[in-house]
Design a protein around this ligand. Structure first.
Ligand code: WTA
Length: 655
């Protein structure tokens, strides 16, 4: 029999079954097992989650109620006491895992470091004591603005250990964006580094922190804790700034984990939504610990000998849940990599896999597409035979990329888990369980046990097979966000009232479009709101528009996503200028740079188009939908009768 070609596989639309050998050794071994678990969780969710919480986690004190649901506010494991840092570290120290590698770190310039569970525990305790020394107490918030180095994970675990909530800000965000997040979270201390490596260059993180804190603009901040990474000269300010290595020499390595209430704040993570200001997504301790633990175990089918690598940055939810908390709670070996895919080092991911014998590999479609473009010779020149499972996250994966991933990286033998979830959901919601659920290229397949996911219309009714609709969840789950930090009303409005509650039944609205096929498989189509997904980074169009109009030359701005072969979507901005300004190449560059300054390089528009006017409704609302169609090169669809001045659109089309 001849090998099927990629074209024939695509035409066949065939199912990919896990091998018998994979299924036999997997935690969840068959479709029947999956269905049994799913039914059990659906019929009696409280017993399902309580049994897992009791067997999978260590509790200092048992809960008395599994779920207290006052829609849309949930409390899980009410009055239970635990500490996620204890579950990630201490409980492994009394087992053979004490000297197992907990964290393998690969630095951008080629340096590397391995920390065993005992060593990681020691560093976390010291870091926690350093934070205490700087005045951090249970209930405080700590900002973390770090490169991808072990101290980023250490700082998170240290906060959790003493009951301070962390708010990690991605190191690619600008000083302005950092400042906004620190102010909103009222952080007491910021943890940072002198610099970090990013695509062969140094990102001056401490300098950005100085800018963010300039002139006392974040009044809650008492101190910074600075890790030495890149070694260039930086300014240390008197009483405010402290070197980690100096404090480390003086602090004790004894720091018992604080017993936390199950519903105590664990972290805030800011994410983009439809309105201008990013939302502080709130996650609490018990439910998040359980949900990230069990999803990591079952979805990545963690075995004790596995080396597991998730390529995300700890600045995003994927890094929180699937580099740090989920894997460590399971006692796994987790890899952390400071580098990123780039043309100057086209084999970098494959080198890490070969060097550390990675067994489970979890990355994003945008990275896969970038590597496809760099050529098959790079992965083919490395030994990738250690791989046994592949995962993807962050955006829909196109079937061509899926097949390439399966064949070229997975050697045709590794199941692929395409995992759909969000910052808000805390952990993976729709995914294959690799030993149990056959996969289809481009589909995230079926919901995780306990997740009542559906595709519905705006009245809240399920749509039929293969009909388009909105992705929604019917029942609370332990990993769900609890609220928007400081704004419970926004939480209610954004997620739980899009679909009008009926008879006390609340439905979670995810903001994604989707369909289910005749087998019940989910096909996620992308955002239905004003959120765009650029190279797997989630950005609000309004955020970018606000950044643009804060420039004196800009009168009005409208930002839309344009389909992009590599990044999934690219940012296109339409701007009208204030009377005294005129369009020029210099201004164009200046505006792009202005967005970088306000938000960060991830938000730099690929294209800015100057316009005389923007298409608006008679009531003055910008019709972004028309601009979206325009930049996508498709026929303008839908109703245009509310458009105030049709000639505006004609002019834009002529360019
Ligand atoms: C998108 C990242 C299709 C989706 C974990 C979602 C996906 C948003 C997938 C959340 C997937 C994530 N297939 N789309 N497997 N995974 N998305 O908060 O639009 O950064 O709403 O969380 O990414 O992005 P966030």
């Amino acid at each position: 029999m001849s090998q099927p070609t990629i074209e024939s596989i695509l035409q066949e639309n065939r199912l990919f079954h896990p091998s018998a050998a994979f299924s036999q050794n997997a935690h969840i071994k068959s479709l029947d097992d999956y269905h049994r678990l799913y039914e059990k969780a659906k019929t009696d969710p409280q017993t399902f989650w309580a049994e897992l919480a009791a067997t999978e986690l260590h509790w200092f004190q048992n809960w008395d109620t599994v779920l207290d649901w006052q829609p849309p506010f949930a409390k899980w494991f009410v009055n239970g006491k635990l500490n996620i840092s204890y579950n990630c570290l201490d409980r492994h120290l009394t087992t053979w895992r004490r000297n197992k590698a907990a964290l393998i770190w690969e630095g951008e310039p080629g340096d590397s470091r391995t920390l065993t569970y005992a060593q990681l525990h020691r560093e976390v305790c010291q870091f926690a004591n350093a934070l205490k020394h700087l005045g951090v107490q249970k209930g405080d918030r700590v900002g973390i603005y770090m490169p991808m180095i072990p101290e980023a994970a250490i700082a998170m675990l240290a906060c959790a250990r003493i009951g301070a909530a962390h708010t990690v800000v991605f190191g690619g965000f600008s000083a302005e964006a950092l400042r906004d997040r620190l102010i909103d979270g009222e952080a007491k201390v910021v943890v940072t580094a002198d610099g970090g490596w990013r695509k062969d260059a140094i990102v001056p993180l401490k300098e950005q922190v100085d800018k963010a804190l300039a002139k006392g603009s974040v009044p809650s901040i008492a101190a910074t804790l600075v890790v030495k990474r890149t070694g260039q000269e930086i300014q240390m300010q008197g009483d405010r700034d402290h070197w980690w290595h100096e404090l480390q020499a003086h602090v004790s390595a004894n720091c018992p984990a604080e017993p936390m209430d199950s519903e105590d704040l664990l972290f805030i993570l800011y994410t983009s939504g439809s309105t201008g200001k990013p939302k502080g997504v709130v996650h609490t301790t018990g439910g998040y610990n359980l949900y990230t633990h069990i999803t990591t175990k079952w979805i990545f089918d963690l075995q004790d000998t596995d080396v597991y690598w998730c390529t995300a940055d700890v600045g995003w939810i994927t890094g929180h849940s699937y580099i740090v908390y989920g894997p460590l709670s399971n006692g796994a070996t987790t890899v952390m990599y400071e580098g990123a895919p780039r043309a100057s080092n086209p084999g970098c991911f494959w080198d890490v896999i070969e060097k550390h014998g990675v067994n489970i590999f979890y990355t994003a479609p945008t990275a896969i597409r970038a590597f496809i473009k760099m050529g098959d010779e790079h992965p083919k020149a490395r030994d990738l035979s250690s791989l046994r499972l592949l995962g993807t996250v962050g955006e829909p994966i196109n079937p061509e990329s899926w097949i390439w991933y399966q064949q070229i990286i997975g050697g045709g033998r590794c199941p692929i888990v395409d995992t759909w979830w969000q910052t808000e959901t805390g952990g993976i919601m729709i995914t294959a369980l690799p030993g149990a659920i056959p996969t289809k290229p481009g589909s995230a397949t079926l919901p995780f046990p306990g997740i009542l996911a559906e595709v519905i219309d705006l009245d809240g009714n399920a749509v039929g097979a293969n009909e388009g609709g909105y992705l929604a969840v019917r029942h609370p789950w332990p990993g769900m966000m609890r609220t928007v930090y400081g704004d419970p009303d926004r939480f209610r409005r954004t997620y739980w009232e899009h679909i009008p509650p009926k008879d006390g039944q609340y439905t979670y609205f995810a903001g994604d479009g989707a369909r289910r096929d005749e087998d019940g498989y989910f096909w996620v189509m992308g955002r239905v709101d004003d959120v765009i997904n650029v190279a797997g980074h989630r950005l609000g169009t309004m955020e970018i528009e606000s950044a643009l109009v804060s420039h004196p030359a800009v009168a009005e701005a409208a930002v839309v996503g344009k389909p992009d072969e590599l990044k999934g979507q690219d940012i296109v901005a339409f701007v009208t200028l204030e009377g005294t300004y005129s369009a020029s190449d210099e201004l164009l560059k200046e505006l792009k740079q202005h967005v970088v300054k306000e938000i960060g390089a991830i938000a730099r528009p690929g294209e800015i188009r100057f316009a005389d006017a923007l298409p608006k409704t008679r009531s003055g609302k910008i019709m972004r939908r028309l601009l979206r169609d325009l930049v996508s090169g498709v026929e303008i669809s839908g109703d245009t009768s509310t458009l105030e001045d049709r000639s505006v659109l004609e002019k834009l089309r002529e360019g």
